[in-house]
Design a protein around this ligand. Structure first.
Ligand SMILES: Cc1cc2nc3c(=O)[nH]c(=O)nc-3n(C[C@H](O)[C@H](O)[C@H](O)COP(=O)(O)O)c2cc1C
Length: 169
């Protein structure tokens, strides 16, 4: 399938089935994150893969009990190993670097016929405690991976002309 078709088909999944995620597919998904671009190629990330049920349940609790967090068979905690580096434009690099990696993984997830959802609604201090994350590191977002019970309809997006202009704002 054409890449744009995967992008068009992707939709956040919050109704995961019990079906496990194939290990080889999971490795390809993680590989897509590992190979993502980052500012100065610093690759300031660590991806913690959580599959064990009891741990997933603790991650769910740290995510204010959200059901889809606990039902996803795989949770990837996308963490940063550097919270300080700013790019020449003054912006912090880590949220952008991690977003590129997660975005690459989301496309591979789609290509594997699986579903994903980004989750940022969690108590970071509690999450760090659950995942034994060092004091100076940060959990930036969770990426839920699994098979959807039923694929939701695509969400509405702004029109091309509303968000794109050529040459000037
Ligand atoms: C930065 C970011 C944070 C998000 N946080 C959450 C979240 O905490 N919980 C959740 O269920 N979905 C979360 N999402 C998913 C968005 O709600 C979803 O991408 C958006 O509604 C558009 O729907 P779509 O992904 O189906 O296109 C997040 C997405 C992004 C990009």
């Amino acid at each position: 399938m054409e890449l744009l078709s995967f992008i068009k088909n992707r939709v956040s999944i919050r109704n995961f089935s019990d079906e496990p995620v194939n290990l080889e597919a999971l490795k390809r998904i993680l590989e897509a994150g590992r190979l993502a671009p980052s500012a100065k190629n610093r690759q300031p990330w660590r991806f913690i893969v959580i599959r064990e049920k009891e741990l997933r349940s603790r991650v769910q609790n740290a995510s204010f009990g959200q059901n889809h967090v606990g039902t996803a068979p795989v949770i990837i905690a996308a963490c940063t190993t550097n919270v300080d580096y700013r790019m020449p434009n003054g912006q912090l690099s880590y949220p952008i670097d991690i977003s590129f990696a997660v975005s690459s993984m989301m496309l591979q997830i789609e290509a594997e016929g699986l579903g994903s959802c980004v989750v940022t609604t969690f108590d970071e201090r509690e999450m760090k405690d659950v995942l034994s994350i060092p004091y100076l590191m940060k959990v930036v977002m969770l990426l839920l991976v699994g098979h959807s019970q039923e694929k939701p309809l695509p969400t509405e997006k702004k029109a091309f002309d509303q968000v794109i202009s050529f040459d000037h704002w």
